[in-house]
Design a protein around this ligand. Structure first.
Ligand code: SAM
Ligand code: SF4
Ligand code: SF4
Length: 338
């Protein structure tokens, strides 16, 4: 095998890996899996198309050899995948992996939080876009009330997991929830992250007019709170962080629309069907499942993955900001997991 390159064409190292373990979900969030498209007869991936836990472990081991230190499990709804703690248990033992985290809508945390913690999970990001019950039911498209998620947050806390709350903000939908969510999280010392509504996939009807930028969210927060910026704690940190002056609670912003961060993008993604995506906004996945399931050696698999990363030159958000990117085919969020 030739020399393994762990930097891409723009000289960005490979540091973190997001693995989507399933494309199904119990929700139909309108900004992610609109119910008109992901209807009751929608054909999700058959089970044998998903990477098995042993296959995920094998791929993660190679990613770790190439520099990955952090893994996040996502979906679809990752807790719909059977025995997820068994996968966590495998991944925390992979040499070089320092942190395994999970992103979930929280509904199944009362059932699994303790088991996940025992398996070695450190942190969980729980998505909650509104504290208003009726609005939340409308957003998730399944009429699920906020109580199910709030119980999940409690369960994660009781299990001793680190918690961040993810809130996608969409203009005309939930901007009136910015302050109530901030108050709720600050009172409980929960780190809230506001996520700008993104043009992931092609089904969520995204328009620039729907985006509420970090600047606008910060202005709304500053009506009530005093906030100070916090320096990034490592290269490639995605969230821009602030701290409330009168507490130690942080608040963060994911600004992939208003302030791109492609120049420090160190993240690879594996879709539920075993393809590597080197950008959240690409339609082109690199099939590694067929290599994993062939009789290729680990060295060959490693060389293939290293080449995919080395050849990458993605900078979609930068291009969007320059007004030159919108018409391409893009993978859906539920396949790639954010
Ligand atoms: N089902 C889990 C959940 O909701 O947390 C994990 C998968 S979900 C795709 C991962 C994250 O992506 C969630 O925090 C969700 O709110 C966010 N997300 C989904 N669609 C989005 C969009 N169009 N723009 C911004 N964030 C989005
Ligand atoms: Fe499901 Fe998460 Fe997408 Fe909502 S954001 S539809 S919970 S995958
Ligand atoms: Fe990374 Fe693509 Fe997002 Fe840029 S647009 S930060 S390259 S995932």
């Amino acid at each position: 095998m030739g020399q393994v390159k762990t930097k891409d064409a723009l000289n960005r190292p490979l540091r973190d890996l997001r693995i989507s373990v399933i494309d199904r979900c119990n929700f139909r969030c309108q900004y992610c899996m609109p119910a008109e498209i992901f209807h009751d007869h929608f054909q999700f991936l058959p089970r044998n198309e998903l990477l098995t836990y042993e296959e995920i472990e094998k791929v993660a081991t190679i990613f770790a050899e190439l520099g990955v230190e952090k893994i996040r499990l996502t979906g679809g709804e990752p807790l719909l995948r059977k025995d997820l703690p068994r996968l966590v248990e495998k991944l925390v033992k992979v040499s070089g992996i320092k942190d395994v985290a999970l992103t979930t809508n929280g509904v199944y945390l009362p059932k699994y939080a303790k088991e996940l913690k025992t398996a070695g999970l450190k942190r969980v990001n729980i998505s909650l876009d509104s504290l208003d019950d009726e609005l939340f039911k409308k957003i998730n498209g399944r009429g699920v009330g906020t109580a199910s998620v709030l119980r999940g947050i409690e369960a994660a806390k009781e299990a001793g997991l680190g918690i961040k709350i993810n809130m996608v903000v969409k203009k005309g939908l939930n901007e009136d929830q910015i302050l109530p969510m901030a108050v709720y999280c600050k009172e409980r010392d929960l780190h809230l992250r506001f996520i700008e509504f993104m043009d992931v996939g092609t089904t969520n009807g995204w328009k620039m007019d729907h985006v509420i930028s970090m600047k606008e969210i910060l202005r709304i927060l500053q009506e009530k709170f005093e906030l100070e910026p916090v320096d990034p704690s490592y290269f490639g940190e995605v969230a821009k962080r602030y701290i409330y002056r009168d507490s130690k609670t942080e608040v963060g912003f994911i600004t992939s629309v208003s302030q791109s961060f492609c120049s420090s993008c160190t993240r690879a993604r594996i879709s539920a069907d075993g393809k590597i995506y080197t950008c959240l906004f690409t339609g082109k996945g690199h099939d590694i499942k067929s290599i994993v399931r062939s009789d290729a050696s680990e060295e060959e698999l490693k060389a293939a993955i290293a080449k995919i990363w080395h050849d990458r030159s993605d900078r979609y958000s930068d291009e969007r900001m320059m007004g030159s990117s919108n018409s391409r085919e893009k993978i859906e969020m539920s396949y790639i997991g954010g």
